[in-house]
Design a protein. Sequence first.
Length: 142
Amino acid sequence: MSEKIEEYVVDAWIALLRAKDSSLAYVEKSLKDNGLPPFAWYDVLWELDKAGEAGLRPFEIEQQKLLSQYSLSRLLGRLEKAGYLVKTQCETDGRGHLVTITPQGREIREKMWAVYSREYRRQSVTGWMKSSVVSYGKYWGH
């Protein structure tokens, strides 16, 4: 059964997705221009930084970031090789492991945030009224 969606709703959805893609492209370029890792690294490091010493299980990161298990495993491997995170055996589940951010990971995330936040402000917040940003955030559950 197909539900008819108003054209303005579809137009708004497409505009939102295009704005996201455009904004992230600017962020990616700014990170690269500043010799920093890609945005996907920031996203994972941010989740690990918020988790603190407790760390996160990979499936928890997977749920937060909507990444496939395969993509996340490869990304975690690259972050670990760079020294930005450590994996330890999970005490409650011998088959799993816990991922925590290292001081180097926190440092690179902060450097990335300086570039990302500058670009974020320029690409989105300064172009929208604050109330619109708050409304979107509430609507999308953040």
